[in-house]
Design a protein around this ligand. Structure first.
Ligand code: PEP
Length: 256
């Protein structure tokens, strides 16, 4: 039985004081939830990691970052490494988000190096994959997913593959209000699990958690999470408010 995982990607929102307020609100709203039942991850901007980490320390909320560099240190102006994320108490890190692929030149090769850097530093990678609208319309969804998974996970050992979280995020559903239907998401996520089974084995494939991401809201999470290959959500917009993010967490558990 895979434990559900709900992660909030705060993107480039929230100053330090706003981030503290949001984290405190979520802590208050979600304190009754047992961390044995669900992993809840907050991914604020780098600037607020330390303060959010302090707010949620010892609670059922965990700290995540939105990206990392593939080296641990060096002359890479403006970058933040896995070593430094670990240093401020980060446990999870989003890698290969479509906004990074689209605007910052992220490729499968850089995703692959970043996954290795995260694992080397004891961080759990949340690896994002998914097709854009044009690719879906041209029936290339499975080709794109295969490309992201096979090349993104190149040379990742079976032992390390167990530690990954995959986020299936159809780009056309991110921030658009358009959610993939539960059956569209399930179809893609089953494809991912079958692919992982071929690349590794069935036991690895059955253990890896696959989140869905793309306009997840309190109203649609219950139907999504009922799908056999959907193990949680990566949430953007709705993670920025206490009410909506805590309702997503509660509705995830309520639907099980
Ligand atoms: C995301 O950024 O990963 C995301 C899924 O955003 P939204 O929930 O706003 O679509």
């Amino acid at each position: 039985m895979r434990k559900p995982i709900i992660a909030g990607n705060w993107k480039m929102y929230k100053t330090i004081s706003q981030a503290i307020e949001l984290a405190n609100g979520l802590k208050r709203e979600l304190y009754k939830i047992d961390s044995q039942d669900i992993d809840i991850v907050l991914c604020p901007p780098f600037t607020a990691l330390t303060e959010v980490g302090e707010v949620i320390y010892g609670s059922n909320l965990q700290l995540g970052a939105q990206d990392l560099h593939w080296e641990d240190e060096g002359a890479f102006t403006g970058e933040v490494s896995g070593l430094f994320l670990k240093d401020v108490g980060v446990k999870y890190v989003i890698i290969g988000h479509s906004e990074r692929r689209q605007f910052f030149g992220e490729t499968n090769a850089s995703v692959n190096k970043k996954i290795k850097a995260a694992l080397r530093n004891g961080l759990v990678p949340i690896v994002c994959v998914g097709e854009n609208l044009k690719e879906r319309e041209e029936n290339k969804t499975f080709d794109v997913i295969r490309d992201h998974i096979e090349n993104g996970l190149k040379d990742i050992s079976q032992e390390d593959a167990f530690k990954l979280v995959i986020a299936y995020e159809p780009v056309w559903a991110i921030g658009t209000g358009k959610t993939a239907t539960p059956s569209q998401a399930q179809e893609a996520q089953k494809f991912i699990r079958d692919l992982l089974s071929k690349m590794y084995n069935n036991s690895v494939a059955q253990d890896i958690r696959i989140q869905y991401g793309g306009s997840v809201k309190p109203e649609n999470i219950a139907e999504l999470i009922k799908q056999p290959d959907i193990d949680g959500a990566l949430v953007g917009g709705a993670s920025l408010k206490v009410d909506s993010f805590s309702a997503i967490v509660k509705n995830t558990l309520g639907a099980e």
